[in-house]
Design a protein around this ligand. Structure first.
Ligand code: NAD
Length: 489
């Protein structure tokens, strides 16, 4: 790695921070700088007590690397000065939700803003070195072309540009999309997308690199391979072409989302027929062609990627006239919305169609366990449906906080001022459940399995309901305590 001395990352979010921390720990001889326009975000990363992202193992990695070969800054000059590789890990939200106008392309305004500031910086500097720009952000296929145009227009000294693309996928959860644009050994741009937990970053299931065959492109491939081979086994690195790698990112997540929607659709059928989803699951999982992974039913998938990537895939299909293919994929998201609404309705109906001023305890706001990420969390949709019926929510989540929940409701335009007084967060499940009519489990945190349901039952209203949106608890044990237990399927 003697050619790489400094790597910078635009975007100190869920992706940029953990990714750079892992890189920094693996390459102590390289300087890593994380840049963000949000000053508060940068300040949070500088203190162990205020980290904006929770990932198991992240604090340890930061202790090892922060102020040694990993730094955080709001100063673009500090980020770009003498840099060899730039990662773009800024947000690329969906422009509009599916429910509104069915418009769902990614908003790449932040990508464009980064590209322009990078182009401006290097145009002024007229550096005589190769710089690689990596895009980790999720972008529509062929965004590289737009970025290329912006760079080309701004970089007058470029004569020839080679596009190179890479996706790195870790345990089907993480990937990089990476493009490399190089100009006569003067300048290079590399783009990447990644989504990861530290463990997944450290132990990737596979790494996919998409690129071309020219000697320059192969040089870039080798450089990246070398970067990852420091801890990723060679056999796990798959090489492919640009468009295939770009699409693979969207397709991987879409297949996973489809699997969740498939099993969730069957929960509705089980409830309607008297079959048991756990039995059905056991039977189908024993077929090795289907397997048991990603077969847990739930109140619906969430997170910043699944919905966005499925809709992004549908958008590409539609824009190429493949309406039937687009409709097929859109149905995956529709099924997910249906599941959230179906579960909310079930709660309301079972509670006698009256939630007016009833206290309801919600277990879990984050979209999955072990994270404070609440983006597109199914829990928030259910919570809002209950609030609309007049419920008062007592919430317990080991990591997620009211501020992020409120921000997400506002982002989705489902927030109402009166909710502030109707939502209260608690430090533990037991305090949250006092005087509740029901407990609703919406995230699969291990903590929720360990709660003292017997003790909690004594301080709840009767009848006391548990609605298990993750099928986490043991029906017999819970019913023996006296709860009315309702689960999916
Ligand atoms: P995030 O919202 O947590 O972080 C993005 C950061 O970028 C923010 O802190 C924001 O202030 C910063 N930013 C915006 N414009 C900027 C600019 N011009 N210069 C510098 N910083 C800027 O987002 P995230 O979850 O880290 O995701 C980043 C991208 O990676 C998205 O496109 C996402 O789809 C993709 N991705 C995310 C995941 C995931 O799990 N979060 C997984 C794979 C891919």
């Amino acid at each position: 790695m003697k050619n790489i001395k400094k790597v910078s990352c635009f975007g100190a979010g869920y992706v940029g921070g953990p990714t750079m921390a892992v890189f920094a720990s693996k390459h102590p001889q390289i300087q890593f700088t994380i840049y963000d326009i949000d000053k508060q975000q940068i300040e949070k990363w500088q203190q162990s007590e205020t980290l904006p992202v929770f990932e198991s193992g992240l604090s340890l990695l930061l202790e090892e690397t922060r102020n040694k070969n990993l730094s955080f800054t709001c100063d673009i000059n500090q980020a770009l000065d003498d840099v060899d590789i730039i990662f773009l890990a800024v947000n690329t939200p969906i422009k509009q939700s599916l429910s509104k106008k069915e418009s769902y392309c990614f908003d790449i305004k932040y990508i464009e803003a980064c590209t322009r500031s990078i182009a401006e910086y290097f145009d002024q500097k007229k550096l005589n070195k190769i710089i690689t720009l990596v895009e980790k952000s999720t972008v529509p296929v062929l965004t590289s072309k737009h970025i290329y145009e912006i760079l080309q227009e701004n970089q007058n000294f470029f004569q020839k540009i080679i596009i190179f693309n890479q996706i790195i996928s870790f345990i089907l959860k993480q990937y990089f999309i990476y493009r490399y644009i190089q100009k006569q050994n003067i300048y290079g741009v590399l783009f990447i997308n990644i989504r990861s937990a530290i463990n997944d970053l450290l132990n990737p299931e596979r790494v996919i690199i998409g690129g071309g065959n020219s000697p320059e492109e192969q040089n870039s491939t080798n450089m990246l391979k070398e970067l990852y081979e420091k801890w990723v086994n060679k056999d796990k690195i798959i090489l492919t072409n640009i468009v295939s790698s770009e699409l693979s990112k969207l397709v991987s997540n879409s297949f996973l989302a489809q699997r969740v929607s498939s099993i969730n659709s069957i929960t509705a059928l089980c409830e309607a027929t008297g079959a048991n989803i756990e039995e059905v699951k056991k039977c189908i999982a024993s077929d090795s062609r289907i397997g048991s992974k990603f077969l847990n039913c739930s109140v619906g998938f969430g997170g910043s990627c699944f919905k966005k990537d499925v809709l992004g895939l549908a958008y590409i299909c539609e824009s190429r006239g493949l309406t039937e293919v687009a409709d097929y994929w859109k149905q995956v998201v529709k099924m997910n919305e249906y599941q959230k609404q179906r579960f909310s309705k079930l709660i309301i109906e079972k509670m006698y169609n009256n939630l007016d001023n009833k206290i309801i305890t919600i277990f879990g706001v984050s979209y999955k366990k072990n994270t404070n990420d609440v983006r597109d969390s199914a829990s928030i949709t259910v919570a809002v449906e209950l609030l609309k019926e007049g419920a008062v929510l007592h919430i317990y989540d080991p990591l997620a906080k009211f501020d992020s929940m409120k921000k997400e409701m506002q982002r989705q335009e489902i927030y109402n001022d009166c909710y502030d007084a109707r939502i209260k967060f608690f430090e533990d499940g037991e305090s949250a459940s006092i005087n509740s009519h029901a407990i609703i489990i919406l995230t699969e945190w291990e903590d929720f399995k360990q709660c003292k349901y017997e003790r909690m039952f004594k301080k709840m209203k009767r009848p006391s309901f548990i609605f298990d949106g993750r099928n986490l608890l043991n029906r017999e044990e819970i019913e023996q305590i006296g709860y009315a237990y309702i689960k999916l399927g």
